[in-house]
Design a protein around this ligand. Sequence first.
Ligand code: CP
Ligand code: NVA
Length: 305
Amino acid sequence: MRHLLTLFDLEPAEFDAIFAITRDLKSKYENGLREPILPGRVLAMLFEKPSLRTRVSFETAILQLGGGSLFLGDDVGFGKRESIEDFGRVLGQYVDVIVSRTWQHERLVAFAGHCSCSVINGLSDVAHPCQALADLFTVREHFSGIRDATIAWVGDGNNMARSLAIGCAKMGMRFVGAMPEGYQLAEPYLERIRREVPGAAVEITTDPVEAVRGADALYTDVWASMGQEEEREQRMQDLAAYQVNGALMAEAPERAIFMHCMPAHRGQEVTAEVIDGPQSVIFQQAANRMHVQKGVLAWLLGSSL
Ligand code: CP
Ligand code: NVA
């Protein structure tokens, strides 16, 4: 049984396989064709946190592929009415695939270990693999001739940064993280990337200007992720020098694009002029979520046929 809990779960060739399906389905969609290649398949969406992009792009994706979806919020009592393991054993018998957005990654791992169908991580405190897949697809689409693009991450070394770092390594891209002390990707995590992907180009600095020089893409995310609301004030102070604004964009090459997983906080981690500026591709990233979710669903369900 294949699960997609982090991008460590995918081999480099599997990124290419998912992206090949995505490209095919996206081009058909743009030509008005919605191919029902997953008829009767049911996707359960088990969400403990709010979501716009992840929820709607997955639900739309499975509907357009001929399947159906069930949104499971608080009322199913995940982790409350029975053990996570029992919950997984039951739910996995009803549906073909599950997308889960949980507070704690360990709970997701325990749950997936007891599901008899594939489980996809729709964001945990540790990782956001589906967003990173859509981002890597967007970079490949934008720089069609460049395979070894450099992504400069500016800000908090959070779940999104972790997923992009391993995704870049697996795709042969360079990841440079500009993160202040106390907000950097943990050394054991970086060591795991270098061990699993020999030759991985993953670097960390505290200097945003150094990170963006030579970058093909500048990427940032909120300074306080869901669940970190109480740390917000401290984080605003600690990360203030890491705002992506016009001055930082000017340090990057002219070809550089601006990326953000959204939701974005204008005036905090990024200014409105950058979000709405000509280098911003954040709405293409959001649009690609739906296309890449289709690739992931078709690949996972196809591979378990
Ligand atoms: N980027 C992303 O995952 O957005 P949502 O939280 O709205 O799903
Ligand atoms: N790092 C953010 C990403 C939201 C899509 C969070 O976890 O809230």
